[in-house]
Design a protein around this ligand. Sequence first.
Ligand code: NAP
Length: 329
Amino acid sequence: MSADSCSGAGIRALRFHGYGEPAEVLRLERTPPPHPGAGRIRAVVHACGLTPADWALCRGLFPGSLPRGIGLEVAGVVDAIGDGVTDVSIGDRVLGATDYAGAPSAGAADAAILSHWARMPAALAYTDAAAIPMAMETAYRSLEQLGVTAGRSVVVHGAGTTVGFAAVQIALMRGARVVATAGVTYADRLRALGAMVTSYGEGVADRVLQLAGGPLDLALDTAPPHRAANTGAGHLPDLIRIVGGVPRRVLTIADFVGGAKLGVRTSLGDSEATLDDHGRPQLSTTARRHPGLRYCSASSRSSPRKARSAFRSRGRSRSRTGARRSTAA
Ligand SMILES: NC(=O)c1ccc[n+]([C@@H]2O[C@H](COP(=O)([O-])OP(=O)(O)OC[C@H]3O[C@@H](n4cnc5c(N)ncnc54)[C@H](OP(=O)(O)O)[C@@H]3O)[C@@H](O)[C@H]2O)c1
């Protein structure tokens, strides 16, 4: 789509006008192109990431004005720039997070308003680029919050997830010593990056402690919630043991209720988030503005894979992003 096409018959966008199951509330519609306000840009969408967070939004997570679109992460070409934006130009290839709450459509559309963005490296494909924003931002924010710095040791539990795979790379780049728990799919790649790797599941605490030669400083839980989540009886007790029995050295991005029960930190932030009776996050205005908090696992029902290869620089293998991407161009 060209920049001009945003001013003609409108754009196509996947939107919902009421909350409910995605298959029931989502509609493909034509709508006027959204205009970027101050501090925002508009991009013609070439690839859009869809994650469980999108289905959660349809079901009513973070309710707000309707209609609203889905697609929280995109890659595309800048075609309009709001006041105050100076770091990109029309025609730049960008990846970033969509302003899903501030615009009547989001990334699953011909064009989207972005609240956060970065210019795409020339060698990166749009489909790979669209897999990066959410996972990388979540990993970065969680490691920041946890205090992973050079010389510290950290276990990334669930490093075969998109977020975990990114977290391992960022932690290693920071100079941390990293132990990763993962399945066979990405174990070799994680080792090649420089992490010590063992499998997750029964006996994980013993394996990690043996591999690391003793307790680690910190633990990041990126594993998808399983049936014991929310009870405090999942894998969080293992992670607490791995860090020497101190719950505050553990941070989870997925098991918020279990984490709260055990005194473990959560990626929702320590002072900004509370949970409702169903364990759904209720966020303060400040927290809502944070891009990473747009992706929340509380209502996730599926967990398809994303492109791990997108996080690496040159020489990466072809990603599997296309399997879960909607391409709107
Ligand atoms: N709080 C936030 O801001 C935020 C942001 C993003 C995501 N999340 C949440 O973080 C979690 C990960 O998201 P994602 O998109 O990165 O996941 P994903 O890529 O869809 O993760 C799928 C992978 O998880 C691994 N896995 C499955 N069961 C596991 C278990 N019991 N223990 C450890 N690993 C297991 C499997 O990899 P292998 O078996 O091959 O290793 C599987 O391929 C989800 O719960 C998601 O909702 C939270």
